[in-house]
Design a protein around this ligand. Structure first.
Ligand code: ADP
Ligand code: MG
Length: 709
């Protein structure tokens, strides 16, 4: 079972690798592959979205456009027509209607391809029973290509199957093809093997695996339609349970694999770190002290740390990471300190340079924007072991960069990094005899259920205390029609030594959004003219790194009072004197983004204000989001609301793609199953009769979306 992570990598690196494709119709294979189906047995896990109830007969007068229904009636008219193209058309009226009235509702049945059997069955006077989707035709309602049966046995269409599965499809793969494949798939041994021991199944009241597949793909009891569609049916519980169990097992696997590696046991000398603590203008909070202790304990072990340091924006994670870095440096190891954007990496570089001024620690800056000669020099320093703390973007982990004695990797804003970069990171460690320790920082707060599932492979330290002396940020929702009033407020504040961020979502009008968004450059031009004696600057992602760094420096030094910016400042940026945040088109931002942006202020002792400007026509979700951000300052609460509004995938960003993502279980709603799966994972881990490898293969190996992530 050690191999699941490797398998993901394997699929990723060799997309053309010949996975067995037996039994799938060749013409459909490329299309099926888009649904993650590589093999017939995968179809067994491709569950229906919903079902059509072929037992529900709807009277012709009650038909509604869009419905898929069974209709019964008498053929009143039938002929082959040639205009606009050859087609066979029949008109059907209800049995209990004699057709004498001009207003008798009729249903048109239309076939563009038809055979003599159809013509024969639809002769005038025949009773018919058809099934299909109602649409609006030229002469009233119609069904194109209905399934039909001459109405000789009106009570049943098919004795065994009354609910017909409707599958998620792509590229026009016909439902009929998916149904046929599913019927085949749930007969092959590989797909129906039940891996779960009966004891666990009984304890959790879960149906067997073959029953589960049968009930989901070919349900025979129409009375269960509601529970099948709401996914509360026991068969669905079984699917979700297995999916969550696979996730737990795969994450533990990854963790066990890492724990088996050797890492340097870091014994700090305490010659440098206390000096940093002394010169800080604050004392650490208890939560920060606890986090530092957690990290130092892990670093002292000879197996690699994988710790997530979680704390809301502004809770002070950087200094914890800095103290961890110093411990490694004291013990003679190198540290790689990585941030997702160059702007943020640069801030860290400057902050650490400032903190460590005159102390014997060699910092090295490495980012993509350096000239190739500079990059080369920095790489040399890493390679020779001179760079004690290398700070930069993911440029730190290019192939060319190697470290002589890498002891610790710090990843700031961990959720911002893609799977690819994380794999790369792990690969780096693999090259030296000892794997480095990893400390990941994240402000994305995770509710308990998420932590239990997605982060099951990580150790977590939480900073749940905000440094003292801060005042809560006041949030205001303001219509964009009142922008000029806001500009006046900001102008007044700037003249009194205050500083403000003014954030715009896009920098050019040509960006493809239909709604015209406030153009940062235009706003900049406007503010420059309306705010004499105040320095306004513009910062956006298309400037080069030097320009950006210069502007940030000026802002930090309060040479610039109003910083008009795109979302480049979203993560990490730390300018404690800035106490005003204005966000244009706040309705366009996600909750996590708004929380991050707002977190740029409220970092000093001054009272801070965040103004959310919104456009007039708000969608319901936008209203919901703005309400949440307006009412809450606590990142945990906001994350929970975000999870509720959007679902976990987006909240976690790319992280979920690196572990078994969830297609069926919903960790908020299915928290009881998350817990049950975790307990089961504990038991099964040491159960020799449980075939973990095959079980994970079923749930993970065919998941091509991992490969794409
Ligand atoms: P984040 O957790 O969002 O990365 P930072 O590490 O950037 O937060 O810290 C936010 C600000 O708070 C910084 O200016 C930092 O120097 C300051 N800070 C950190 N810890 C404390 C503390 N214990 N007391 C007061 N200020 C602190
Ligand atoms: Mg930070």
């Amino acid at each position: 079972m050690d191999k699941c992570v490797d398998k993901l990598t394997l699929v990723k690196n060799t997309p053309e690798s010949p996975l067995p494709q037996t039994y799938l119709p060749p013409a459909l294979r490329p299309k099926l592959a888009k649904l993650g189906i590589q093999h017939l047995r995968d179809v067994a896990l491709h569950f229906p979205l919903r079902y059509e109830d072929q037992t529900r007969v709807v009277a012709i007068r009650d038909l509604m456009v869009g419905e898929s229904v069974v209709v019964e009636g008498v053929v009143e008219f039938a002929e082959t027509q040639f205009r606009p193209r050859r087609q066979f058309v029949a008109l059907v009226r209800a049995h209990d209607d004699d057709g004498s009235s001009h207003f008798t509702p009729r249903l048109t049945l239309r076939y563009f391809t038809f055979y003599p059997t159809i013509v024969k069955a639809l002769q005038v006077g025949n009773s018919v029973r058809v099934f299909g989707q109602i649409r609006e035709g030229r002469n009233g309602i119609e069904i194109v290509h209905p399934l039909f049966k001459k109405n000789d046995s009106p009570t049943t269409i098919n004795a065994a199957i009354t609910l017909t599965a409707v599958y998620p499809s792509a590229d026009g793969i016909p439902q009929a093809a998916l149904r046929t494949l599913a019927s085949k798939a749930i007969r092959i041994g590989d797909a129906i093997r039940d891996f779960l021991p009966a004891s666990i199944r009984e304890r959790e009241a879960l149906p067997s695996w073959p029953d589960t597949l049968e009930q989901l793909h070919r349900p025979s009891d129409a009375s269960q339609l509601a529970s099948l569609e709401s996914r509360t049916h026991p068969a669905w519980r079984r699917v979700k349970f297995d999916e969550l169990l696979a996730q737990q097992l795969a994450l533990r696997d990854a963790k066990a694999m890492r724990a088996a590696e050797q890492a340097p046991a870091i014994k700090p000398t305490n010659l440098i770190a206390p000096l940093l603590k002394q010169r800080l203008q604050f004392t650490l909070t208890h939560a920060q002290e606890r986090a530092v202790a957690d990290v130092l304990r892990d670093l002292a072990r000879a197996s690699p740390m994988t710790r997530l340091l979680q704390g809301d924006v502004g809770s002070g994670k950087t200094v914890v990471a800095a103290l961890a870095a110093l411990a490694a440096v004291e013990a003679g190891y190198q540290v790689a300190f990585m941030a997702p954007t160059e702007l943020l990496a640069e801030q860290h570089f400057r902050k650490l340079s400032h903190w460590l001024q005159d102390l014997p620690v060699k910092l090295t800056w490495l980012a993509g924007s350096l000239s190739s000669a500079e990059q080369k020099a920095a790489q040399e320093q890493c390679k020779r072991g001179e760079a004690q703390v290398a700070i930069g973007t993911h440029a730190l982990f290019q192939k060319k960069v190697s470290f002589a004695r890498l002891g610790l990797v710090v990843v700031d804003e961990q959720h911002r990094f893609g799977v690819e970069q994380r794999l790369l990171l792990r690969a780096r460690g693999g090259e030296q005899a000892l794997a480095p320790h990893t400390l990941m920082l994240s402000a994305t707060p995770i509710p308990r259920s998420l932590a239990m599932s997605y982060y099951a492979d990580l150790d977590v330290s939480v900073i749940d205390e905000i440094p003292s002396g801060r005042q809560p940020i006041v949030t205001k929702l303001v219509s964009e029609r009142r922008r000029h009033e806001i500009a006046e407020r900001i102008y007044a504040a700037a003249r009194e030594g205050g500083q403000a961020y003014w954030v715009c979502p896009l920098i050019e009008e040509s960006d493809k959004l239909e709604v015209q968004l406030q153009d940062a450059s235009a706003l900049y031009a406007e503010l420059v003219t309306t705010m004499p004696n105040v320095r306004v600057a513009l910062l956006h992602g298309r400037m080069n790194a030097d320009e950006k760094a210069q502007i940030m420096q000026d802002f930090i030094a309060n040479k610039v009072q109003v910083l008009v910016s795109t979302t480049v400042i979203e993560v990490g940026v730390d300018v404690p004197n800035a106490s005003w945040m204005v966000i244009e088109h706040a309705e366009r931002f996600g909750l996590a983004q708004l929380h991050q942006l707002r977190g740029r202020v409220g970092r000093g002792s001054a009272a801070s204000t965040c103004i959310l400007l919104f456009a007039d026509k708000l969608s319901d979700t936008a209203k919901q989001r703005l309400k949440v951000i307006y009412e809450n300052l606590d990142g945990f609460v906001i994350a929970r609301e975000d999870l509720r509004i959007r679902g976990p995938g987006e909240l976690l960003g790319p992280r979920q793609s690196g572990v078994p993502g969830l297609r069926y279980a919903n960790i908020e709603e299915d928290i009881d199953l998350v817990e049950a799966a975790r307990d089961a994972a504990n038991e099964l881990q040491n159960d020799p009769s449980f075939n973990c490898e095959a079980f994970l293969e079923r749930w993970i190996a065919h998941r091509t979306e991992f490969a794409k992530a």
